[in-house]
Design a protein around this ligand. Sequence first.
Ligand code: PLP
Length: 224
Amino acid sequence: MSIKNNIQLFSDSLQGACRLVAVSKVQPIEKLHEAYEAGQRIFGENKVQEMEQKYHVLPKDIEWHMIGHLQTNKVKYIAPFVSLIHSVDSVKLLDEINKQGKKANQIIPCLLQIYIANEETKFGFSEEEALNLLTDYPSFSNVQIVGLMGMATFTDNQEQIRNEFKVLKKLFERLKAMNLPPQVVMKELSMGMSADYKIAVEEGSTLIRVGSALFGERNYPNKI
Ligand SMILES: *Cc1c(COP(=O)(O)O)cnc(C)c1O
């Protein structure tokens, strides 16, 4: 299957209900070009430097989404052009995004990453932390919270994955029904990757983040 075919298959099956973030981390520029030529306009990266390099050489109508853990000292490099940060996992990071948004004269759309997996290593807010943050929300002028992001446990257990997505969707609906500050709008729910995007779409995802199912396996250059 070519990248072009894959993009076509995704756009046929998603039919606008949910958008595809093409996760292009580690992939060479030629593959991004191929996806772009097939009509793909949203690309997801997890490393600041790599995203910056790709941004500079690819067409300017691409939406660049940061999907990986973001260090506060690196926000400044992407603030001028990033379209959505999926992986906001602390108030400290949000504060820095606001600061850099101000400097770059941008209002930066962000998702709160919610910890839904049954694993020790995942980043994100707990449900309670997210609720507390949004009920007592600091006045960040240059950040707009537009939804939530979550990653399910890395497991073959489909029911567990589905349940974790349900938990995230429920929190999303609960927050949506709340009296939120004007800089917070619950409209995007980023969940689902190559292995579990079908379940995620069934459970109400609006943004799936798909890498290997689109581009093929990633060849990490420094892995033997
Ligand atoms: C790499 C990555 C993906 C895509 O993973 P695939 O399994 O290749 O689809 C999605 N989300 C995040 C946060 C990632 O780091």
